[in-house]
Design a protein around this ligand. Structure first.
Ligand SMILES: Cc1cc2nc3c(=O)[nH]c(=O)nc-3n(C[C@H](O)[C@H](O)[C@H](O)COP(=O)(O)OP(=O)(O)OC[C@H]3O[C@@H](n4cnc5c(N)ncnc54)[C@H](O)[C@@H]3O)c2cc1C
Length: 428
């Protein structure tokens, strides 16, 4: 953390907007600010806002490993089964307040059946404080790699694991990469999508029932993003994020768009530079996109490390979607087109090829309040040598995968020992 270069967002870190409503509703950092700001926007809803803030903190406090104190052992079944949409309905009849509270649900691809805890874990960390990575998020990987190397580890870049090798007792011995590199190990921890890992196991090292269960878990929706590079000194830097919905009534259904209604909702964020001045260098706008829209080109593969052309029809598709998206963005930023130097896009195929996720799922597996335990996977497998970690185990996001990491390691070295070690290092 000490070496990460971060910039805090403005006190107002998220702005929620809707077509045909000139008001820019906002979320502000710090629970006290958050409450006061919302109360000013919704003066008749003071009690609702108090109750909401209390509930968000309570849900996070009781989520296992959230506070690294080892006190909260099991999941609070009631909170897992409670849908965020039902919770907000029970809180107030003020529709606008409900959609403003739900407004940043792109962070977790929220739908009507999304559990309350997913919403709470996502918004709580932003309310506490909200930041951007200066010069991009890849510094997180660079810092992790430095630490791994410092402790004697080795890191191989651009090496896709394609197969496990087993010994005569069917125990995992090594993995083999696409380029033929064999990596032996005592333990193997996989943070790629469990479905992909299981495919590579070819029926070994994992219970059939567990494999079947994972096979049935539904993947989340994918996304389409446009990354705009601006001509110098043309577009002002904005130190907060925009979440926009065409229709506030569709706050939980923006993923069920049609060709003509797309994009029903989007997020706009900006990259911050080291010596950021008043001018923006780039802007990223993201929205939902279902994989079936790009299934026609699913046999292609294209990343910076392994380039290939997906063909002219794919380029036409992306250009048409970019144009449709820009028309929406122009409603919010009328001069944006004049400021564009270049545009890059990412489709569900880009997400699939870079992340390796099923159908380009943005955040792993669907979390469903009607079937909550389906989306909690045990990091342990039948093999003592194989563990899972990452967003599919527990929760997505930097925070979620950190919790997953602690959970996985606690199965390997013991929870108490691990938590003591982490907490002692934090004190030092
Ligand atoms: C567009 C987008 C924006 C996001 N923004 C944020 C944000 O602002 N804040 C936040 O907290 N979260 C954000 N998230 C979510 C967050 O990025 C993920 O939840 C998190 O990175 C998941 O971590 P992971 O370790 O499970 O998997 P990943 O970070 O996806 O890592 C898996 C890695 O495994 C590699 N891999 C795949 N298959 C193989 C193979 N066979 N062999 C070897 N390597 C393989 C992949 O290339 C990848 O590098 C965002 C997600 C998306 C898609």
């Amino acid at each position: 953390m000490d070496n990460l270069k971060l910039q805090q967002l403005d006190k107002k870190y998220d702005v929620i907007t809707f077509d045909n409503d000139a008001v820019e509703y906002s979320h502000t950092q710090g629970y006290q600010n958050f409450r006061e700001n919302l109360k000013a926007q919704f003066p008749k809803e003071k009690e609702t806002i108090e109750a909401y803030c209390k509930k968000m903190q309570e849900v996070c406090e009781t989520f296992p490993l959230y506070n690294l104190d080892g006190k909260t052992d099991g999941y609070d079944k009631e909170n897992l089964r409670l849908k965020i949409s039902d919770y907000l309905d029970s809180l107030t009849n003020n529709y606008t307040l409900k959609v403003v509270l739900a407004g940043s649900n792109f962070l977790y691809a929220g739908k009507e059946n999304t559990p309350l805890y997913v919403h709470a874990l996502s918004v709580n960390s932003f309310i506490k404080s909200a930041w951007r990575c200066v010069d991009g998020g890849s510094q997180i990987s660079r810092q992790l790699i430095k630490k791994i190397k410092k402790f004697g580890g080795e890191v191989y870049k651009h090496q896709e694991v394609v197969k496990f090798n087993f010994d005569k007792n069917d125990e995992i011995e090594s993995v083999i990469t696409k380029e033929g590199k064999v990596v032996k190990g005592d333990l193997f921890i996989s943070n790629i999508e469990p479905k992909r890992t299981i495919e590579m196991l070819e029926g070994k090292g994992i219970r059939k029932a567990y494999a079947n269960r994972i096979d049935k878990v539904e993947s989340m929706i994918s996304g389409f993003s446009i990354h705009i590079v601006f001509k110098p000194q043309t577009f002002k830097y904005i130190n907060y994020n925009y979440y926009h919905f065409k229709d506030p009534k569709r706050v939980w259904n923006a993923q069920d768009y049609t060709d003509s209604s797309w994009p029903e909702a989007y997020l706009v964020s900006m990259g911050v530079r080291k010596n950021q001045d008043e001018w923006a260098e780039n802007l990223t706008a993201m929205t939902y996109m279902r994989y079936d829209e790009v299934a026609e080109w699913e046999d292609t593969f294209n990343t910076v490390a392994q380039t290939s052309d997906r063909g002219a029809s794919y380029e036409d598709f992306k250009n048409q979607k970019t144009e449709q998206f820009l028309v929406e963005l122009e409603k919010k930023f009328p001069n944006i087109r004049d400021c564009i130097k270049s545009i890059y896009t990412a489709s569900p195929l880009s997400y699939r090829d870079y992340i390796g996720s099923n159908e380009g799922a943005m955040y792993g597996y669907v979390k469903d309040a009607d079937n909550p335990m389906m989306s909690f996977l045990s990091p342990k497998t039948k093999s003592n040598k194989l563990f899972f970690t990452g967003q599919s185990v527990n929760m997505h996001g930097i925070l979620g995968v950190t919790i997953s990491g602690v959970l996985t390691c606690s199965h390997i070295i013991g929870k108490e020992k691990l938590l003591d070690a982490i907490n002692n290092s934090l004190i030092e």
